[in-house]
Structure formats: C-alpha cells, structure tokens
Write a protein that binds this ligand. Sequence first.
Ligand code: R5P
Length: 300
Amino acid sequence: MTLITNNSTTEIINFGAEDESVQQVCVSLKATLLVIEYHRFPDGESYVRVIDEGKDLNNSRVIIVSNLHQPDDKMLQLYFLCETLREMGVTRIELLAPYLPYMRQDIRFKPGEGITSRYFATWVSQFVDRLVTVDPHLHRYKTLADIYSIETELIHASDSIAKWIENNVADAILIGPDSESEQWVKAVAEKANRPFIVLEKIRRGDRDVEVSVPDAVRYQHCTPVLIDDIISTGKTMLQTAVHLQNAGLKKPICIGVHAVCADSDYRQLMSGYVEKVVSCNTIPHESNGINIMPTIIDRL
Ligand code: R5P
C-alpha cells in the first residue's frame, strides 16, 4: 500500500464523470480539480495531458472520479493518465468507479473463453492504489479481493434504494429476477421493511433469457418492484415483467443499480410492460432517479 503524508495534497480528476458529481467530491474533500486534456487522434490513438498549472504533484494523492461504462473505449486512456501522474510524483491514485465493468465474465462458460474479470482486475491493480465502487457484480467471487490485489472499498446502494421505495411505493412487493439478484433484493427488502421473492432465470444467449413463472398470485394488489444490479439489454427485466403480467400482477417498477443499457434497449424496456425504470446515478442515464453520491462521498 502507498502511504501519503499529512501534508500531502488531494487532487480530483474528472475522467468522464458527471461534472456535478465531481464538484460534490471536490467540495466535500476540500480538494481541487486537476485539469486534464483528453484527445483522440485521427488514427484512434489517445492523448492525455495533465495540466498542473504549476502545482507540485510530488507526494500527492489523486482521486479519479470516473465513468467506466463502455470500458474498452476508455481504459487505455485511463492507464496512460495514471502512468503520467506517477511520473509527475503522485504517490497514491484512487479510482472512484461507481460502476465497475468486467465483472460478469467470472468463469469460463465455454472452452477457450478468457476469464476477463480476472485479467481486468490484475491490470487495474498494477496502476491504481485503491478502488472505490458501488455494488460490483459479485456472483462467483465473494469479494473484490478475490481478483483485485489493491485496497478496495465496496459501497452498497441498498440504503438509497430502500429509501426511494419507502418514499415512492408504499405497497411494494420486491422481486429479484434471478438467484444472483437475491443479495440486493434481500438487503433492500429488509431495509424498506417490505416482502420479497426471487425468481429463476435461464439465459440461452446475450439476448435470449427466460424467467420462471412466479408464484406471486398473493401479491396481486401490490406494486411489483423488480430489483437487479445491472440493466444491460433489459431482457431480464422485460421477461420478468411479461411473466408477472401473465400471472395477473400490476406493471412493475424496475430498479437497477447500474443502467448499462443502450438507448434502444431502454426504449424497448419502456415499451409497455413496465411502469417505469429507475436507476442509481452510477452511470449517467435518463433513468437516474436515486442519488448515490452522498453515500459514496461519505466513504471517501
Ligand atoms: C446478471 O448476471 C445480472 O445480475 C443482471 O441480471 C444482468 O446483467 C442483466 O442483463 P440484461 O439486462 O442484459 O438481461
């Protein structure tokens, strides 16, 4: 672990995050924003320049507030940025990545596949000292320490989601679309003091998902609230909503911690089977309705 001394300064970098979030981090840590110039050359290569404006970065701590959604477009630039910071004397680089990508390929599903979650973690651990993230997709890994060799800080969105449900859906029955979602649904249900059920999902391909018909008839008068960590293609939520509707339940509200979804997938999800989609602001998206930043800032 890299230590910083008491007189080290903290600098904040915005790496594709929302300006408002970055501003909140700066204010609460009484830290200044380090300006970075990003550029993509016509040949697709990345340019990064740290504009230090005469600041001495020697022995300083830098927190990179990032948006790592669509990681392949960004990771090389992030790596170049971190290497540059090191060469300028920065001793501690903390990566605040509210959404942590490359967590779902946590096993070799077919022979010849790479376990990319592990490769990604090994790489990031080489150039970052601390990783702070919100509800990463921990399915077959128990903790981030299974794959990350650096200090990691895991923040749960369950408090914020439970509060949103308490304030907005008094008659909620919480539903997890698959066994992996149980960890999130159970935590939220306990905090919001609402009942919950978890369904079973069979995935046949990227866009081919079947969800078991739920035994939820007794909740017909409640508002179903589907909760999952990631909404990607939206198929998991959509299939679940269809089955709930066939079982005579009301249209559900879908809550995702991370709205990874492309616009077209989001539109399809909103096309009639669901009441609305609400997500935490870990990835900027029009469904963002639950502000997780105060919880994150508390932990920085
Ligand atoms: C499963 O591994 C995750 O918890 C989510 O259920 C999944 O990522 C959702 O994906 P999609 O929206 O593509 O069905």
